[in-house]
Design a protein around this ligand. Structure first.
Ligand SMILES: [Zn+2]
Ligand SMILES: [Zn+2]
Length: 164
């Protein structure tokens, strides 16, 4: 299914694709909580519904913005689009977004997407950068054994323990 994704490099669309389903999920959960609170008689959490509806709405808008272009291209590439294929396509994309999201979360936890500051000139480098884009000094020590990237002042590889 990668052939449908060749031209989808738009950052905004990726953000919409990730945020859309998240907001849809959050809005849905808020609505369910609000509904449960309503039928159980305790109105304590009913106000969540008033947050859930706009969140759900924004999630829907983001999701459709994120997938609109892809849907249009998909339709254009098919002389007779079948509903089942479209559904599969949506499911594929959703699981891809989830995978991307999970990857981002894992990176966040491992600290890989943390901005690095250059010790030589103080420039804040892009997350994952290996060399400073201001002075060209290396920002991280790359392990000769397992090629994991380590802090500039690390003495041993954080992944395999190799002396650096
Ligand atoms: Zn620098
Ligand atoms: Zn290593």
């Amino acid at each position: 299914m990668n052939r449908y994704n060749l031209n989808e490099n738009s950052k905004a669309r990726k953000v919409f694709r990730i945020l859309g389903p998240i907001l849809l999920g959050v809005g849905g959960v808020l609505l369910v909580i609000s509904f449960l609170s309503l039928i159980s008689g305790g109105l304590g959490l009913f106000f969540l519904g008033f947050i859930g509806i706009p969140v759900l709405f924004v999630g829907g808008v983001f999701t459709s913005l994120g997938y609109m272009g892809a849907m249009a291209r998909y339709s254009a590439s098919q002389t007779a689009p079948v509903a089942k294929d479209v559904t599969n396509y949506m499911v594929d994309n959703t699981s891809e977004s989830v995978a991307r999201m999970a990857g981002a979360v894992v990176k966040e936890i491992k600290g890989e997407s943390k901005p690095v500051q250059c010790e030589t000139c103080g420039e804040v480098a892009h997350p994952g950068a290996v060399f400073c884009d201001n002075c060209g000094k290396p920002l991280a020590k790359v392990c000769p054994k397992c090629s994991a990237s380590n802090d500039q002042n690390a003495r041993f590889c954080q992944k395999c323990g190799e002396p650096l």
